[in-house]
Design a protein around this ligand. Structure first.
Ligand SMILES: Cc1cc2nc3c(=O)[nH]c(=O)nc-3n(C[C@H](O)[C@H](O)[C@H](O)COP(=O)(O)O)c2cc1C
Length: 401
């Protein structure tokens, strides 16, 4: 074999060479939007920020800006992804009832949730790995949310330190935690978040035993994508909760945990991950000052119901004793109107602002939230309601199966 062939054989492969060439081109300023693991099927060019019309428009841009495994980490639901789909499908079973005579300018969308008075009933839901979306991660999300006047729930396992997030903007902020078995460690975490300015602590209790099959499939796509949380079959544990695919961080706690940590929490305690009326009542009994109806965006146990379907019975069970927030699947202003009409006090957005961040950074988060705010105002005016208090169940028609 000649020297040239030998060098070719022992240096980089043709595939590696092509990959680096593609990477170099993708990194060039003129081609920045072309870092696309799968082509944007119907797009001939990448649209700019000022061309975004709905929250959905941000998703393909965000997708194009990141490797498949990072996108799938955000997009996936558990197992067969029934709950993930159901969360969106549920909005098709609720229609708006039109009432004429109210202009969008006359609508007051302001609300009051546990001492916060945002101009819209919208929060950013806590979510991990925001550095997958932007180099400044959660700090960039916080900047975008604050610019749009939206409070943020900072995830406990944030991808940049809480001190950096706190220093990057000055909007209202809550912090989220998961149950920790060592109560002293739990106390330390809660106190550190409160010291950093969290005005409430959100305790996520969904007993999720999530398995993300999408990620497992990604392993087969060339073997180079980064996969998280999906152990290869050879390392499936044979003992402990993991034997049953249960995340060892979950399914160990009981309601008493809320009593145990309540003394550490100075402001309101909000419990996230409620999907039944019973659980909602129990949260109230255990000192919750608010709840978030959530199936973790379809990332918890699959075949949980959509949150929109269970919202009315939970609202009835709580009976106005504490505020009820809701998340999972919300993308449009009209989605929010439906939840408020069913009795929610506010809605948290998970993936949608992540698309904004991944597509255009903090400016993308701000723009996406402003689009949803405008849609929300338009839908409120269409139902003829000028305040959130007036947005009751007569503003919608529900056809849940
Ligand atoms: C990538 C990602 C990571 C998440 N991480 C957390 C978390 O660490 N803690 C938590 O309480 N919820 C977490 N969530 C769930 C969100 O808070 C929220 O419940 C969910 O995203 C709402 O559904 P949506 O994405 O359809 O809006 C995460 C969601 C996503 C998409």
């Amino acid at each position: 074999m000649g020297t040239i062939e030998d060098r070719w054989r022992h240096s980089i492969t043709r595939r590696d060479a092509l990959r680096s060439l593609a990477g170099m081109l993708a990194g060039a300023p003129l081609m920045r939007t072309q870092v696309d693991p799968r082509p944007l099927k119907d797009h001939r060019r990448a649209p700019g920020l000022d061309e975004m019309l709905t929250a959905f428009d941000f998703e393909p841009i965000c997708f194009a800006n990141m490797p498949l495994a990072r996108y799938d980490y955000m997009a996936h639901g558990s197992d067969s992804e029934f709950t993930l789909r159901r969360n969106r499908e549920a909005f098709e079973w609720v229609e708006l009832v039109e009432r004429a005579g109210v202009s969008a300018d006359a609508v007051n969308t302001a609300t009051d949730v546990l001492g916060l008075r945002p101009a819209y009933p919208i929060f950013i839901a806590p979510s991990t790995n925001q550095r997958d979306l932007h180099p400044d991660g959660d700090a960039a999300m916080y900047q975008g949310a604050t610019a749009a006047g939206i409070p943020m729930i900072v995830v406990g396992a944030s991808s940049v330190p809480i001190s950096k997030i706190a220093a990057s903007a000055n909007g209202p902020r809550w912090s989220q935690v998961y149950p920790i078995q060592d109560l002293m460690a739990a106390r330390e975490q809660i106190e550190s978040f409160q010291a950093a300015g969290a005005r409430a602590i959100v305790v996520t209790i969904d007993q999720q035993s999530s398995r993300y099959e999408r990620d497992l499939h990604d392993r087969n796509l060339g073997g180079i994508v980064r996969v998280r949380g999906s152990a290869p079959p050879s390392s499936v544990p044979t003992a402990g909760p993991a034997k049953y695919r249960v995340n060892p961080g979950r399914l160990w706690y009981s309601w008493k945990y809320l009593d145990d940590i309540r003394p550490f929490i100075k402001g309101p305690m909000v419990v996230k991950g409620v999907t039944t009326a019973d659980a909602a009542r129990t949260c109230v009994e255990h000192g919750a000052d608010g709840i978030i109806v959530s199936n973790h965006g379809g990332r918890g146990m699959d075949y949980l119901p959509s949150t929109l379907e269970v919202l009315p019975e939970i609202v009835d069970a709580v009976n106005r004793r504490i505020p009820v927030l809701v998340d999972s699947g919300f993308r449009r202003g009209s989605d929010l109107v439906k939840a408020i009409a069913l009795g929610a006090n506010a809605v948290c957005l998970g993936r949608a602002p992540r698309w904004g961040l991944g597509a255009f950074g903090p400016a993308g988060v701000q723009r996406l939230l402003e689009i949803i705010q405008a849609e929300f105002r338009e839908a409120m005016a269409t139902t003829g309601r000028t305040t959130l208090a007036a947005l009751d169940r007569t503003a919608i028609r529900t056809n849940f199966p």
